[in-house]
Design a protein around this ligand. Structure first.
Ligand code: AMP
Length: 429
């Protein structure tokens, strides 16, 4: 099997790494890839959001299967373009990807199908209407830009001044781009978050192991939001009773709702949940695996990913094929100094070779570039040190030990990945 993977982050490196382990996989290409992926796959410098260029590439290399990592190509319609040509691909259509591409579409979908979610106060495409609506809400308030905003589209406003500031930058100054012109105001939910990701072929589905990510840049969930500073997976995150509730009140009504609306959904569906006192509620849908959740999930996969993904593309998913390693896994993100604000790139990364593959620890690369024999930083989130173990503690120990062997100027990472329910798990130094 020859497989094309679209994307160039840590998530895609983890997918490439896992796909490569399959005896049936003969060749892997990746676009655009990164410094680490280039060691495992042939990379092409094609932008992941450029559907026409991706179609032209696939025409030339004729992959047996294409796997889409990020949301942009999906929202831009890559799955539709491939389906039209009968080329096997894993990832939802443009219409289905609106569950992530439009927060208002997704909220209306949830409300229409009575799926538990935060109450919406309203959706607005004029700034003056949005300002006026602030009079009738409770605080703190969640404001969401409707479209894709590279992780900057959601704010938890403590008061009207903070809300006005966000609305002004999104709707009047266009600082978030076209995705910020419409906004939605919603109720703030309280509780622990959980990422519940399923793989579906439109009819059947299989859940991934549960994960939790850490979005804030600093320990103790302080500082600004990032793309994700780490994630962990452990079965303890999702006791059987909660799992049944999530499936019966959220996952199955979502799949039924999509079918009732005539929207075929195929690929990964990420359900971001808040575990509130009243039960689990949907915070968001993503139309793909999360990053860094994917790294933690892949580390626990005990099945042939290429076979399962080919089954999804052929609409014959067999959920029984997905088997998981018992225990836990963790992914620590090593980031550039200054990230998520301004940061410098081009720093040489030391210590990678002594770490990769040691004791079941894998270092998935994200913002990296290969220069001759060395690897340099090229982005904010640089590496994802990923480990699996028989317990969360064991996985954390392995990952933090490995992270200490790696160095680049300005490198920083959180020391409390995997800390939960008030039990602070500060590992490493
Ligand atoms: P979203 O992109 O919709 O997931 O929002 C990003 C993050 O904002 C989530 O992971 C939550 O931490 C937070 N968030 C979103 N919606 C809410 C809400 N209604 N109440 C509390 N926090 C929220």
């Amino acid at each position: 099997m020859k497989i094309l993977v679209i994307g160039g982050g840590g998530r895609e490196h983890a997918l490439v790494w896992k796909l490569k382990q399959s005896a049936r996989v003969e060749k892997i290409w990746c676009t655009p890839g990164n410094g680490g992926i280039a060691g495992d796959a042939e990379c092409f410098a094609v932008d992941a959001g450029d559907v026409a260029a991706l179609v032209a590439l696939a025409e030339r290399i004729a992959p047996d299967l294409t796997v889409v990592g990020p949301e942009l190509p999906l929202v831009n319609g890559i799955s539709d373009a491939f389906a039209q040509r009968k080329w096997p691909i894993v990832g939802p259509s443009r219409k289905a990807a609106q569950l992530e591409g439009s927060k208002i579409f997704s909220k209306e979908f949830l409300l229409r199908h009575n799926i538990p979610t935060a109450k919406m106060y309203g959706a607005y495409d004029s700034a003056s209407d949005a300002y006026a609506a602030l009079d009738g809400v409770d605080w703190p308030l969640v404001i969401k830009a409707d479209g894709l905003c590279a992780g900057k589209g959601v704010v938890l406003a403590q008061n009207a001044a903070e809300a006005r500031q966000f609305l002004k930058s999104a709707m009047e100054k266009n600082e978030l781009g076209p995705g910020g012109r419409r906004v939605m105001l919603e109720e703030t939910l309280e509780g622990d978050e959980l990422s519940f990701i399923i793989l579906t072929d439109g009819e059947r589905y299989a859940p991934m192991v549960p994960t939790r990510d850490h979005k804030r840049v600093f320990d103790g969930n302080r500082g600004p939001n990032t793309g994700g500073m780490g994630a962990y997976s452990s079965d303890e995150l999702l006791p059987a009773g909660l799992r049944d509730t999530v499936i019966s009140t959220i996952v199955e009504p979502t799949l039924k709702g999509l079918a009732a609306d005539g929207i075929g959904y195929q690929g990964f569906l990420y359900v971001g949940l808040m575990l509130t006192k009243e039960g689990p509620k949907v915070l968001e849908f993503n139309c793909r695996l999360g990053d860094p959740e994917a790294q933690a999930i892949v580390a626990r996969m005990d099945f042939d990913l290429s076979e399962v993904l080919a089954d999804v593309a052929a609409a014959r998913l067999d959920p029984a094929k997905l088997r998981w390693k018992a225990g836990a896994s963790v992914c620590l993100v090593l980031a550039s100094g200054g990230y998520p604000g301004k940061f410098e790139v081009g720093k040489r990364i030391e210590g990678l070779t002594t770490t990769i593959g040691d004791n079941g620890v894998e270092v998935f690369q994200a913002g990296t570039k290969r220069e001759g024999d060395s690897i340099h930083t090229s982005g904010g989130r640089v590496l994802g040190v990923t480990a699996a173990g028989h317990s969360l503690e064991a996985a954390l120990t392995l990952a933090y030990q490995a992270a200490q062997k790696i160095h680049f100027e300005g490198m920083h990472y959180r020391k409390d990945i995997g800390a939960h329910s008030g039990r602070l798990k500060a590992a490493g130094d």
